[in-house]
Unconditional design. Structure first.
Lengths: 627, 375
């Protein structure tokens, strides 16, 4: 018993000692837990609070409202309209199958469209919005609204979308919008920032160039969401800003007229103010309806546009490299005068096809079979005598010619980098040929350059700028198409003279006047006698293929030649002659002959342009008054 | 001597028992029960739904059970020690053979009115059994090979049965409870040190035997960001919840992490996270304080007890409760890898609460009968 009680004492001592050790350990571990809590909840609280907000707050961006395009007079040429859409949130629909078949009947959806919708429904989460239709007609929209009692969970929605009220008229100026793809998002910071699924962005033209200003900013909705992404409650709504609207220099009436003139023909018309460089109209034909692209173009429509032999997708005004033909002659003449090669009395005898110019075994014919006879500069320009220009080009040399041509805006982009599609054209020189082709220049090439054939290539907008700069007395201008582009500083060399002697410009202007307004002038038939509308111009006929001896013998009329082999018809002009203000360049692809196809268009154009001049000025004056 | 007389007689009348009751402990348990109920109400999104109702029922039933247990003489608990152990071992075998399979493990048995998890009961039962085993043993015999081996068998048998379920967390907790008794019974501390060293050396080998999901847990613990939406999700979200609570918490029913369902297992193992998010640092420390008082009271009851069995049981039970709390909290605070271990009373789960309440009942019985000696 004593033994056992002493054992008991030992046991008690042991257990109490160990309890004390355990208690101390427990105490320190408790301290550890509390300090961990302190670390997480007090010291790192901010970090975890942010993380928790990041967890629970989700932003939804809504598509921004795009800025509009206005013409010079403030008419909307690319605006926004309210698109009627139909949305469904699948989880809010009791019987999805019933509702979707009901909608199919009401909207008369094709099986293909129906399948697409079902596929889309299966891809999204049940609380996300399913867009059944993004652009309903009013009739169908109201039909749906009438049946809403039967369509639980279906939401008719009015959304803002791009609209081009003038259809295909401005396509090659402003371009079109369509859904942004991955590349667009990658390449443009503004798109990346404002991107929402279904966002429409500019794909070509000014819509693309001015994306940053047009796009605007998103409305932002902040929602509290749960772990599965379902919205629980709205916390905030932040209104976005509408994109900046741009006023263009173009005149809708003139643009529409250009569209009519080139109807069913391939070609280009541009009209420019010769002092301000404002582009009044810029059209490339054929065009296409940009509205087709807004909600994604259908495969059929796309194939029609893509496979059109007249290539509607090509902007011929900016992208078309064409031989200028005789429209280069004013520059050749000016260059010869400026360099003192000829004077107004210099004469060449044109003796027709029997006695062509011969150089190193090559013959160079004038277009006129019988020949023009003795020609001075004024007559040669008036009747567009090729032999005369062969001769002065030979004397001038290609390098001096190219220098003058480049001065007047040929061989480089007219709008700088405004349109990324714009082509440079080509003004050849001996140096260029050596660099590009590795061959030396041949005299014969100089000769044909003198009538705008051979290597030389220009775009219609370049020809228009060239004409404008001749018409304004030889001063440099910078064409523009957007009015209030404040970022752009006016270049210093604006209105600097491009001539050595202003008399030479006068001589060329006078020769161009003769070409249109005097008997035997190539565009005499398209003249307007009324001094108010009287204009001066130069025709051009650019060969698409080399004229063989056989062709020359056959001497076929235009309509007898296959379309692809017909010459391009060109015409450049400015007016009114007495007090010039506007320059025009016209190109009709495979139009046959400059004087018969292109020049008559200029007549109609000038009537309209000059009639509208007063109106244009008054708008301008009013603007100044406002300030 | 009256007192002597009282000590030798086993006559405790009801009122003297009531007077002997530990009201501090009782108050703490009730307070904890109330807090757990409020938290459960919050996990249900501020509505009285299934979890809250069920938790409430269990709390009431088990608290009454605890009170009844506390009036049963401590001698009775001593006497059923082995029997209880054998019953639970039987249940564990039953579980192994006929248990309910759910999500890859077999931990439950269907008792028709309740689904029971015997491994949870084993946590308390092993303490009872070992305390009885060491009660009569002389101190010099405790470190005999025979005693050590048989006590190890008592621990390893249920451990093995639980590991095969598979439930590594609970089996570890069972072994820790058992080892706590061995420690208090006076097993040479060298053995503990050797075992620890042996364990550390063999750790790499143990890891290579772990199941893939268990390895993943260890890896995730070491770097939760390696798979933030997969295996690391729980621990990251849990830390965010606790950390975003701040000093004063987001307020009752305003814990965004739990309300918006970012928290996993918020009813059970991660209940502390929710509590901590809503009540902040102050609330968490308060909760820890309640646990500390409970543990302190249990230890104090052990110290006051006359019988060695009661002492052994109370100390070991207090140590086990402490370990459960520490492991659970360390786990949700990102200090330990995720092992399934509930927070006593707070976590939803009947078996765990039952086991804890049985423990409290026995402790309370030890308090009420603290002058009772056991031969």
């Amino acid at each position: 018993m004593i033994n056992s009680s002493s054992d008991n004492v030992k046991k008690l001592n042991s257990i109490n000692r160990r309890m004390f050790i355990t208690g101390s350990v427990k105490f320190f571990i408790m301290i550890g837990l509390v300090s961990r809590l302190f670390f997480l909840q007090v010291k790192e609280n901010k970090k975890y609070l942010t993380l928790s907000d990041k967890n629970r707050i989700r932003e939804w961006k809504l598509a921004p409202v795009r800025g509009e395009f206005h013409d010079y007079f403030g008419n909307v040429i690319a605006g926004n309209f309210e698109a009627y859409q139909l949305h469904i949130i699948p989880e809010q629909v009791e019987d999805f199958r019933y509702v979707i078949y009901r909608i199919k009947d009401l909207l008369e959806l094709s099986d293909k469209e129906f399948k697409r919708i079902i596929k889309k429904k299966n891809e999204i989460k049940s609380w996300e919005t399913l867009i059944v239709s993004d652009n309903l007609s009013w009739k169908k929209f109201s039909k749906i609204n009438n049946h809403l009692y039967d369509l639980n969970g279906v939401k008719p929605v009015i959304s803002i979308s791009r609209n081009y009220p003038f259809g295909s008229n401005f396509t090659h100026v402003i371009g079109y919008v369509s859904q942004a793809n991955e590349q667009d998002i990658e390449n443009n910071e503004a798109i990346k920032k404002n991107f929402v699924p279904g966002l429409k962005i500019g794909k070509v033209g000014l819509e693309k160039s001015f994306e940053k200003q047009l796009i605007g900013s998103n409305d932002i909705e902040r929602y509290e969401v749960n772990a599965y992404g379902r919205r629980i409650s709205q916390l905030e709504f932040q209104k976005g800003e509408k994109g900046k609207s741009l006023r263009l220099t173009v005149d809708t009436k003139v643009q529409q007229l250009s569209n009519e003139l080139l109807k069913d023909q391939a070609g280009s018309i541009c009209v420019m103010d010769i002092y301000t460089g404002e582009v009044i109209a810029m059209h490339s034909s054929p065009s296409f309806d940009p509205n087709l692209f807004v909600f994604g173009i259908s495969q059929d429509d796309w194939q029609i546009i893509r496979n059109d032999p007249m290539k509607p997708l090509v902007n011929k005004t900016l992208q078309g490299n064409y031989s200028p033909g005789s429209t280069i002659k004013p520059i050749v003449a000016l260059s010869a005068l400026e360099n003192g090669i000829i004077n107004t009395n210099f004469t060449v005898n044109c003796r027709g096809h029997k006695h062509p110019l011969e150089l190193y075994g090559q013959t160079y014919h004038c277009w006129k079979k019988q020949g023009h006879g003795f020609m001075n500069l004024r007559n040669a320009m008036k009747q567009s005598c090729d032999t005369y220009f062969y001769e002065i080009a030979r004397k001038l040399g290609v390098d001096r010619l190219s220098e003058t041509a480049k001065k007047f805006g040929l061989g480089k982009e007219v709008f700088g980098n405004l349109f990324n599609i714009e082509k440079k054209g080509l003004i050849p020189s001996t140096q260029w040929k050596k660099n590009a082709l590795g061959q030396s220049w041949v005299l014969g090439e100089t000769v044909i350059t003198g009538i705008g054939q051979g290597y030389i290539q220009t775009t219609p907008i370049q020809l228009c700028l060239m004409t404008a700069q001749i018409a304004n007395g030889g001063y440099k201008i910078y064409p523009k198409i957007v009015m209030d582009d404040k970022n752009k500083v006016s270049p210093i060399d604006k209105f600097t003279p491009l001539y050595k002697n202003s008399k030479n410009i006068k001589i060329v202007q006078d020769a161009m006047f003769a070409s249109t307004n005097e008997v035997r002038g190539t565009s005499y038939r398209s003249r307007i006698d009324d001094p108010k509308y009287q204009f001066a111009g130069k025709t051009g006929t650019a060969q698409v293929k080399k004229i063989t001896e056989r062709d020359r013998e056959l001497d076929l009329k235009t309509f007898q030649i296959p379309y692809e082999e017909r010459d391009h018809a060109l015409y450049i002009a400015y007016g009114p002659y007495k007090n010039p203000r506007y320059a025009v360049s016209i190109l009709v692809e495979h139009g046959g002959n400059g004087s018969t196809t292109a020049a008559p268009m200029a007549k109609k154009l000038f009537k309209t342009i000059i009639d509208r001049h007063q109106l244009r000025e008054s708008i301008n004056n009013k603007k100044y008054l406002d300030i | 001597m009256y007192q002597h007389n009282r000590l030798t007689t086993n006559n405790f009348n009801f009122f003297s028992k009531l007077a002997n009751f530990d009201y501090v402990l009782m108050a703490c348990i009730l307070l904890l029960g109330f807090i757990s109920l409020a938290t459960m109400y919050s996990t249900d999104g501020g509505k009285i739904l299934f979890h809250t109702k069920s938790h409430f029922t269990k709390l009431i039933v088990f608290t009454i059970m605890m009170l009844i247990f506390s009036f049963i003489n401590i001698k009775f608990w001593f006497s059923i020690g082995y029997f209880f152990y054998i019953i639970i071992i039987g249940l564990l075998i039953w579980t192994y053979l006929f248990g309910i399979k759910s999500s890859g493990s077999q931990r439950w048995i269907d008792l028709y009115f309740i689904n029971l998890q015997p491994s949870e009961l084993m946590k308390i039962c092993i303490i009872l059994c070992l305390a009885k085993y060491f009660h009569r043993m002389k101190l010099e015999n405790v470190n005999s090979l025979y005693a050590i081996l048989s006590s190890l068998i008592i621990i390893l048998l249920p451990m093995g049965l639980v590991i095969v379920q598979p439930d590594l967390g609970t089996s570890l907790l069972i072994s820790i409870s058992g080892l706590a008794v061995l420690w208090f019974a006076g097993i040479n501390h060298k053995y503990f040190i050797y075992t620890m060293i042996g364990f550390l050396i063999s750790l790499p080998f143990i890891i290579s035997f772990l199941k893939p999901y268990q390895k993943l847990r260890v890896l995730t613990f070491l770097n939760p960001d390696r798979d933030p939406l997969g295996a690391g999700y729980q621990i990251i979200q849990s830390k965010i919840a606790v950390g975003s609570g701040g000093i004063f918490g987001k307020g009752f029913l305003k814990g965004t992490q739990s309300y918006l369902e970012f928290l996993p297992e918020k009813h059970t193992d991660f209940i502390f996270t929710l509590f901590s998010e809503e009540f902040g640092f102050i609330g968490s420390v308060f909760l820890l304080l309640i646990y500390a008082i409970i543990i302190y009271r249990i230890v104090a009851i052990g110290a006051q007890s006359r019988s060695y069995f009661a002492k052994l049981f109370c100390y070991s039970f207090a140590a086990s409760i402490f370990v459960y709390i520490t492991i659970n909290m360390s786990m949700v605070l990102g200090l330990l890898p995720i092992v399934g271990s509930p927070l006593p009373i707070m976590s939803y789960g009947g078996s765990s609460m039952l086991a804890t309440m049985i423990g409290f009942g026995i402790v309370m019985s030890a308090k009420v009968h603290n002058q009772q000696s056991i031969a």
